[in-house]
Design a protein around this ligand. Structure first.
Ligand SMILES: [Zn+2]
Length: 64
């Protein structure tokens, strides 16, 4: 097998915008990877409960 040609451009680290490394892709370092992970675990993102898709059409939307 020949070396794969890198057709895709390298994306910068989403945390600090430095060139990402293969080891910590898509981040530049373990630190940035942990920062990103901490963002999710820290609850900074409001994750909608998409798994619980119960139709809620019995109750009309409250009009203020
Ligand atoms: Zn980084």
């Amino acid at each position: 097998m020949a070396e794969p040609v890198h057709l895709r451009p390298r994306r910068p680290c989403p945390i600090c915008k430095k060139p990402s490394t293969q080891k910590f892709h898509p981040f530049c370092s373990k630190r940035c990877a942990e920062i990103d992970l901490g963002r999710w675990l820290g609850g900074n993102y409001a994750i909608p409960a998409v798994e619980n898709e119960e139709p809620d059409e019995d109750q009309p939307p409250e009009a203020s």
